[in-house]
Design a protein around this ligand. Structure first.
Ligand code: GDP
Length: 542
């Protein structure tokens, strides 16, 4: 009885989220600050191993070396005011890959981080689309307000128009022309003043001075010009702004917007407090026809990421599992749904800032990393107590870079096929075949170019196969579907531009590779009843 009560308590205090942003918007900085408030690190600036590598080199081997085991920051856990918070890392820059997308399948909500001067950028749009598809709640944090930014009304408009989600500002910035003065908290009806000197470049927590918007003292701090501007903005927001609605938010239809400055810490703790008050705890997840409640009396979870370590001294693989229900305890025995195998989850690890620790217990909402001797694959589900549960599959996300791969030594064709098929199964790369050509020339598709280097290296290191790759001009892949059976036809009967290539993916689903959006439109105009899917709901395990 007590144990079940404890488990329910533990699960209800968990909040698991990912930050989605375009590179340089300040994801590393805000993550660091959140850890700072959680007491996980005392002086911000220490989560830097991975950061330094990000800019320093384009050589992924170097990246791996600097990261050590290469997985240190895949998920970080910290405590704050009774909550247990899991931040999932969504790699950007050159380590942007399909994993970045898949990680979003393990999150219960997302924080969209936007650079106030730049607005909604390309990578944010892509990641947002995945969150939208999953219907998870999305918070927005507009960062870098200590500098001149776009006008906040324009930013809200951009979020609504570009992303198609309603926005509800929770606070409002003052002095966005490069004279940042602070924010007005719309719920508390208080102005929080920005104190540049207080932040020590944001390495410590900041104190906060709060005033009402009409207080005469406020003019002394921000000047009567900004006070008047604020008064008219508040009026406008009250009349024209979207009111915040919890149901719409939980359905991913409206995003609460917060303005702040991660580097100076300004607005970060307030954001964290609002976030914890609004973010949902782990919810029930669908497996087959059933909804599995997080506080079920058995353990269940699924693999959303497999990471091979490139460091030759630690040639191992980690499978990252999102726990969907129950409690993990050391040595737990689970049944895998896809492979049908039964395995003991030994020595799972969790991550706190830079340290890996062995986990004794973990609960629904948590992420654990387990050593993978080659039995896991992306989307693999598992449950304790002899149950065979299969959670909804992880979709296949659209690659953006393509290359034809050839084996150098044709005598090694067998190893090549084995290696490349295994790596595709692991989710390291997507493979396409041309229906009319044999299997010698595979086309590989990836989300981030670094994946090509990883593929080449792993084929050599693990399968002793050398390959050559020739990059192709395709930039977009679309899965082919027809409105209904009367429109259905063979891939080769589609009318396409001469530079578009019909192929089959690894589950033999028809796909067309395109060089431009224009070519996609061209094909849609000429093939009645044809539908192109950007994200394939059919997982590669099928
Ligand atoms: P990431 O690529 O999204 O992880 O971005 P980083 O956290 O590395 O930040 C990119 C750059 O923006 C760095 O030079 C940061 O110091 C800077 N930066 C981050 N947050 C802020 C902010 O609130 N204000 C200003 N002015 N700069 C910031």
């Amino acid at each position: 009885m007590n144990e079940i009560y404890d488990m329910k308590q533990e699960i209800s205090r968990r909040r698991t989220f990912a930050i989605i942003s375009h590179p340089d918007a300040g994801k590393t900085t805000i993550t660091e600050k959140l850890l700072l408030y959680g007491g996980a690190i005392h002086l911000a600036g220490t989560v830097k191993g991975r950061k330094a590598s990000k800019h320093a080199t384009s050589d992924w081997m170097e990246i791996e070396k600097q990261r050590g085991i290469s997985v240190t920051s895949s998920a970080m856990q910290f405590e704050y005011e009774g909550f247990c918070i899991n931040i999932l890392d969504t790699p950007g820059h050159q380590d942007f890959s399909e994993d970045t997308y898949r990680t979003l399948c393990a999150a219960d909500c997302a924080v969209m981080l936007i650079d106030g001067a730049k607005g909604v950028e390309a990578q944010t749009i892509k990641l947002f689309t995945v969150c939208r598809m999953r219907g998870i709640p999305i918070f927005t944090f507009v960062n870098k307000m200590d500098r001149a930014s776009k006008h906040p009304f324009d930013l809200l408009d951009e979020i609504e128009k570009v992303l198609g989600i309603h926005s509800a500002p929770m606070n409002w910035p003052i002095g966005t022309d490069g004279n940042f003065k602070g924010v007005y908290d719309r719920q508390k009806k208080q102005v929080q003043l920005f104190d540049q000197k207080g932040g020590h470049h944001g390495a410590k927590k900041v104190g906060m001075l709060s005033l009402t918007p009409d207080s005469p003292e406020l003019a002394d701090h921000i000047g009567s010009h900004y006070q008047q501007l604020l008064a008219s903005d508040i009026e406008l927001l009250d009349i024209a702004g979207n009111p915040f609605d919890t149901t719409q938010f939980l359905n991913g239809e409206i995003t609460p917007v917060f303005f702040g400055s991660a580097i100076t810490n300004f607005g970060v703790e307030t954001f964290l407090q609002y976030f914890l008050g609004m973010a949902p705890p782990p919810a029930a997840r669908k497996a087959g026809g059933e909804m599995i409640a997080p506080d079920s009396d058995f353990f269940s979870g699924f693999v959303f990421k497999i990471q091979a370590n490139m460091n030759p001294d630690h040639r191992d693989r980690m499978a990252f599992i999102r726990i969907c229900s129950g409690k993990y305890e050391k040595g737990l025995q689970v049944d895998l749904a896809l492979s049908g195998k039964s395995v003991k989850l030994t020595q799972p690890q969790q991550f706190m800032a830079q340290d890996r620790t062995i986990v004794e217990q973990a609960y629904a909402g948590d992420i654990i990393g387990v050593f993978d001797p080659g039995i896991f694959r992306i989307g693999e589900s598992m449950a304790s107590g002899g149950r065979k549960l299969q959670f909804e599959s992880i979709p296949v996300f659209p690659p953006e870079h393509f290359a034809r791969i050839y084996v150098k030594d044709s005598m090694k064709r067998k190893q090549f096929l084995k290696g490349i098929e295994q790596l595709a199964l692991e989710g390291a790369v997507q493979l396409y075949k041309q229906p009319d050509i044999g299997t010698e020339t595979y086309i590989a598709g990836v989300v981030g170019v670094l994946q090509f280097e990883v593929l080449e290296y792993r084929l050599k290191a693990e399968y002793n196969v050398e390959v050559t790759m020739s990059r192709l001009n395709y930039k977009l892949a679309r899965w082919v579907r027809f409105k209904d059976a009367s429109f259905a036809r063979d891939l080769k009967d589609l009318t396409l531009t001469s530079t578009s290539l019909p192929v089959l993916d690894s589950s033999s689903s028809p796909v067309v590779l395109f060089e431009s959006l224009w070519a996609i439109d061209w094909a849609l105009e000429r093939n009645k009843g044809l539908i192109f899917d950007e994200i394939s709901e059919q997982s590669f395990r099928d």
